[in-house]
Design a protein around this ligand. Structure first.
Ligand code: NAD
Length: 483
């Protein structure tokens, strides 16, 4: 990806309005002198219906892996079961761990709620509830696993700080819900503090996600770069794009160690397809992010300033014009090309340093933490919809004597035994915590197998286990509300 060489990129025209906005974006890239060599692949609706449940063929995977840079128009995800989200599959398969989403207001030319908004949300892209590990456990209870890993946190948080530094940003804000999820979100916050120490030139702060998003909606000018786990990032970035007045205008980058994907944040807008009226701006902004990623910063700057000038000159597609005169997709692209080399006068022109190199964070993140992991007990989840908490508690206490002690039972995380209130609503899903009755005897996998046999012997049905470990003596599990 040396700046003077042509960079091979994989291009997908997508579905719905995809082919129209891609034609417009490629025209601008060519006219602006982008040194790119597109190689086209087909993804989406037609590929799904030809039997590929993830919307992409093995041949296209090979091209994507070879070219490493993917410029993608939106696709239509078929309704109904069996089809996987192509976006999620591509992100995870190619290790695109960072989703970068700028949200900018173009006041007074595009109506919005905030005149002074210019933020970048860096969303973790591979972990959290998006691991897709879900199970139905009983008649009443369904579960989704939230996975947060130390290497995952380190990569995304380092990326956010590096991104801030490279683009002259002053502050990185982290959003989590670690007052409730003390271990998972707690880890994200902890790693944010650890890595933040290495960036003394950048201001940092942490917000609990609920009030953080409320503040972001109210006073976005307080924020600069934001970093957060996957789900919060998904919600915050759509909200931010909407209040910037620019859902149809925003592009996003999905960055990995080897590969990267660039796309508009909107979908394929099937109702607008084939009419030549769709706004290509989201994909143009994605193209600008792609040019910055491959080191063609001067071309990115030319296109970005020409786009700002076009907006400033009142040239809008129908969605922005809102009843005023509007232009079609290609006409909008031609107007941008006419303005290549010009800068806006009211809106702030962009200026990208000529020497920016792409951010690469090693995947072999150095893990210095090697704490001693020790098994000290287990949570056994039991299905039962016929007995009360106290009956279950007494039955289990008797069944596991004298080797084990029943420490507590919770239902949906609330302690219901010993003690507990009759008002607490209970489902058919009970978490029963056991430890060795004699504190000096060691808990082993064999001891846990014995425990399960004792539970089965009492005629109770266990669904799953979650073992309790300490790490260097500190509990690696939540203690349960009500304790
Ligand atoms: P959408 O973003 O396609 O459309 C939402 C609204 O915004 C519609 O009124 C549409 O007309 C308008 N709109 C969107 N982009 C526009 C543009 N460039 N110019 C003018 N108007 C525009 O969202 P949707 O209707 O929920 O989804 C349609 C399809 O897109 C679905 O199949 C969905 O799964 C898919 N989708 C794909 C992606 C992707 O490929 N990255 C992202 C989101 C949705």
């Amino acid at each position: 990806m040396v700046s003077n060489e042509q960079c091979r990129i994989t291009v997908a025209r997508g579905d719905g309005i995809g082919p129209e906005i891609m034609e417009a974006a490629l025209h601008i890239l060519t006219e602006a002198g982008a040194r790119i060599r597109p190689e086209f692949i087909e993804i989406g609706e037609r590929v799904y219906s030809s039997g590929h449940t993830s919307g992409i063929t093995p041949e296209s995977w090979a091209i994507l892996r070879r070219n490493k840079i993917f410029f993608k128009a939106p696709i239509t995800t078929p309704q109904g079961g069996g089809f996987k989200s192509l976006n999620v599959t591509v992100r995870k398969t190619l290790g695109l761990y960072a989703n970068v989403r700028p949200a900018v207001s173009y006041h007074p030319f595009i109506k919005n709620k905030h005149s002074n908004m210019n933020i970048i949300i860096v969303r973790e892209n591979e972990e959290d509830l998006y691991a897709g590990i879900e199970h139905r456990q009983t008649n009443q209870v369904y579960q989704c696993l939230k996975l947060i890993t130390r290497p995952g946190c380190e990569k995304i948080i380092r990326f956010a700080f590096e991104h801030a530094r490279r683009y002259g940003r002053k502050k990185v804000s982290c959003f989590t819900k670690d007052n409730i999820m003390k271990l998972t979100d707690g880890l994200f916050h902890k790693v944010f503090n650890e890595i933040g120490e290495l960036y003394s030139d950048i201001e940092k702060e942490h917000w609990i996600v609920d009030i953080g998003i409320a503040k972001l909606a109210d006073t976005p000018e307080m924020f600069d770069v934001l970093v957060m786990p996957n789900l919060y990032g998904d919600i915050a970035s759509d909200m931010a794009a909407q209040i910037a007045g620019s859902v149809g205008l925003s592009g996003s980058a999905n960055i990995g160690t080897e590969c990267a994907m660039f796309e508009a944040i909107h979908g394929s807008a099937p109702r607008r397809a084939g009419k030549g009226i769709a706004n290509p701006s989201g994909l143009i902004h994605a193209a600008i992010l792609m040019l910055l990623h491959i080191g063609q910063n001067a071309v990115a700057e030319r296109i970005h300033n020409a786009w700002l000038k076009t907006i400033e000159d009142g040239i809008y597609t129908y969605d922005i014009a809102k009843g005023q005169a509007s232009v079609g997709t290609m006409e909008f692209a031609y107007k941008i090309v006419e303005r290549l080399g010009e800068k806006p006068t009211t809106l702030k022109p962009v200026s990208y340093p000529q020497s920016i190199t792409p951010i690469t964070i090693s995947t072999s993140v150095e893990i210095t933490i090697r704490e001693k992991q020790q098994l000290i007990g287990t949570d056994v989840f039991i299905r039962n919809d016929t007995i009360s908490a106290s009956e279950l508690g007494q039955q289990l206490t008797q069944a596991v004597k004298p080797e084990f002690q029943l420490i507590m039972i919770t239902n949906r995380g609330i302690k219901v035994y010993p003690g507990g209130f009759p008002e607490t609503f209970c489902t058919d899903h009970w978490r029963c915590r056991f430890q060795m009755a004699d504190e000096t005897s060691k808990c082993t996998p064999q001891a846990i197998r014995n425990l399960l046999e004792l539970i089965e012997g009492a005629g109770l049905f266990w669904i799953k286990l979650e073992n309790l470990y300490t790490f260097d003596g500190k509990p690696g599990f939540s203690l349960g509300q009500g304790q």
